[in-house]
Write a protein that binds this ligand. Structure first.
Ligand SMILES: Cc1cc2nc3c(=O)[nH]c(=O)nc-3n(C[C@H](O)[C@H](O)[C@H](O)COP(=O)(O)OP(=O)(O)OC[C@H]3O[C@@H](n4cnc5c(N)ncnc54)[C@H](O)[C@@H]3O)c2cc1C
Length: 321
């Protein structure tokens, strides 16, 4: 715990933040793996002005911070997260802002964006139908499916880096496969998408096809964070994991899915430590048997026991956010 009652300054309104501020807020209900301890303080700013105030507070108290989207691609530590966790769920508006252009709050669920784009006859998001999480999280990880990525239509975005809020143009993001230049110093606040015009009926059919593909390929029951590892060049991660005999491998209540071997399922009472241990085991086994180093697609947040992954020597997370 960071010393002093810095948190009460926010919850008692002394800084004038209008959004919700919650002390020791549990995070296990805010991520799709359903694991992890509480945040010292969870804050949901209402707008960019609140974000500016929040960063003044962060600078003043020198507290660490992280941003949490829909929690669908993240492993939150059992000990929770020290400092502030910022969630932009109240910055979620979608506004048509030009010809075939949409300005979207980073906290907007991706599913709402897909739906609204199709309703307006804007093409570019159909294959993303069914991907959980928020627009901000999707941009940070360049989420995609079936050959379409969120970056395809992205024109620019408002990004907070500490106190400064700047507009980034598309090429400043350096988008790659499930990656972007957004790291733990940045928070995407609002995104402008420039779309192509599409025939709504055709777009609806594409959405239905994407959902059907997902229903068949991702028929995993239980709490998961989607694909755990990125696909290495030339081969899919699930095939390597399967070849190495890891289908169904279990540590506690965490199990390599029987249906999709690149998913890890929490059957009810798995801990983040158990998931970490299972990830390390998968990574180490695949390395030993095939020489391929699997890189995590999921992010991590909070205080982890480093020995759980260093033990297995391979578990390099994509980036320290
Ligand atoms: C069943 C299932 C299926 C999935 N299928 C796919 C798929 O087909 N394709 C795919 O790409 N992904 C898939 N995913 C993974 C996940 O849904 C995506 O990566 C999603 O875009 C993550 O968004 P989020 O808001 O949930 O991010 P979170 O999980 O909350 O966060 C992920 C990372 O992004 C950062 N972040 C979140 N919001 C912001 C922001 N506003 N600014 C800066 N950084 C931010 C966080 O700090 C964290 O490091 C799947 C997940 C599940 C559970």
């Amino acid at each position: 715990m960071i010393k002093g009652d810095w948190r009460e300054e926010l919850t008692q309104g002394r800084w004038g933040i209008r959004g919700e501020c919650l002390i020791d807020e549990p995070l296990d209900g805010l991520n799709s793996w359903r694991v992890g301890g509480p945040a010292d303080l969870l804050v949901r700013p209402l707008d960019v002005e609140d974000v500016h105030t929040l960063f003044a507070f962060i600078r003043h108290h020198r507290v660490p911070w992280r941003v949490l989207g829909g929690g669908s691609n993240i492993l939150i530590a059992d000990k929770g997260v020290r400092g502030l966790v910022i969630q932009l769920s109240d910055m979620n508006r979608i506004s048509p802002s030009g010809v075939c252009q949409l300005t979207v709050g980073a906290g907007c669920p991706l599913s709402h964006l897909v739906k609204e784009a199709v309703r307006l006859g804007y093409a570019g998001f159909e294959s993303l139908a069914g991907i959980p999480g928020t627009v901000g999280g999707a941009v940070a990880g360049n989420a995609g499916a079936l050959g379409q990525q969120i970056s395809d239509c992205l024109q620019s975005a408002l990004v907070a880096e500490g106190a400064a809020v700047e507009r980034w143009e598309r090429d400043e993001f350096h988008f790659g496969y499930r990656s972007s230049a957004i790291d733990d110093k940045h928070m995407v606040l609002e995104v402008v998408f420039a779309c192509q015009r599409g025939e709504p009926k055709l777009l609806r059919e594409k959405v239905a096809a994407a959902r059907e593909h997902r229903r068949q390929a991702h028929a995993v029951k239980g709490a998961t964070a989607g694909s755990v590892f990125k696909n290495p060049p030339q081969i899919q991660a699930w095939k390597l994991i399967d070849q190495c005999g890891l289908r169904g491998k279990r540590i506690g209540d965490a199990q390599v899915s029987e249906h999709h071997t690149n998913f890890i399922v929490n059957h009810g009472s798995a801990t983040a430590d158990e998931i970490t241990q299972l990830m390390t085991l998968v990574q180490q086994t695949v390395m030993d048997q095939t020489g391929v180093c699997l890189s995590p697609e999921v992010h991590k947040m909070g205080e982890f026991d480093e020995s759980l992954s260093s033990h297995g020597k391979h578990l390099h997370w994509t980036e320290e956010k």
